[in-house]
Design a protein around this ligand. Structure first.
Ligand code: MF3
Ligand code: CO
Length: 249
């Protein structure tokens, strides 16, 4: 069952979303050659706690940190550690927070210093694929119209969408129904209704869509070692334009 949120609940989700956006912004400002991913985790965690919110990932199914920091060929769920960022890397940062009982979840891929045009193109295409999907996040469409728009855009550019991981409904739980694949035929799945809140999150690989999990049990990497990028917002379906909840001010 997809849980429809009331106006009051959407307000709480907006607050949670603002905190997630703020945490991402703090991390973005700190990213530079020489910093470690565990330092970025600390920056995000302090920000979240300072806002009176709680990191959503820490302790989730045993996950040990407040952010996911996924470097280069790492797709998602990279565990922050002593890895030192260097010029030319790309880092996907995923952050979730609970505020007032509601969850916000968002991710971005950031360049470290000056990166190759090829890496920048991947980052841009991943972001743009989210916005292509978002065009269908409206009443009158079905869920898989979002999925289809993302896949079409990504594949037109010669990239692949990861299929082993999906976006999700979100609210009082980080993961609610429905699952939101970033691929598939249009016109399937539930009809979109005002008050649905969704985390739409394309994960895009330069090469094959195949992924594997490292021995740490979390880190998802591309099978062929090619670069991967991630872009995620928590959004709400309204009676008009979709509302991005994880937006800064
Ligand atoms: N954005 C990710 C998701 O929606 C975050 C989960 S990572 C975990 O699934 F560390 F919390 F597991
Ligand atoms: Co998510």
């Amino acid at each position: 069952m997809i849980i429809i949120k009331s106006k009051r609940e959407l307000e709480a989700m907006k607050e949670a979303g603002k905190i997630v956006a703020g945490a991402l912004e703090e991390v973005r400002k700190a990213i530079a050659p020489g910093i470690t991913t565990v330092q970025l985790d600390q920056i995000a965690e302090e920000f979240i706690l300072g806002q009176g919110a709680t990191p959503a990932f820490k302790g989730y199914q045993g996950y040990p940190a407040s952010i996911c920091a996924s470097l280069n060929d790492q797709v998602v769920h990279g565990i922050p550690g002593s890895t030192v960022l260097k010029e030319g890397d790309i880092l996907s940062v995923d952050i979730g927070a609970f505020f007032d009982g509601y969850c916000g979840d968002a991710a971005r891929t950031y360049p470290v210093g000056k990166v190759s045009p090829k890496a920048l193109r991947l980052i841009e295409a991943t972001k743009e694929s989210f916005y292509k999907g978002l065009e269908f996040a409206r009443e009158g469409y079905r869920l898989s119209d979002i999925s289809h728009a993302i896949q079409t855009y990504v594949e037109e550019r010669g990239y692949s969408v990861v299929k082993a991981l999906v976006g999700h409904g979100i609210g009082q739980q980080m993961h609610e129904e429905p699952q939101i694949p970033n691929f598939g035929p249009p016109g399937r799945g539930p009809r979109l209704r005002q008050g649905m809140t969704l985390a739409i999150e394309p994960m895009v690989n330069e090469g094959t869509d195949q992924v594997r999990i490292l021995d740490d049990g979390w880190t998802v990497v591309t099978q062929d070692g090619s670069l991967s990028a991630h872009y995620e917002h928590t959004i709400a379906i309204t009676d008009g334009q979709p509302l991005i909840l994880t937006q800064g001010e």
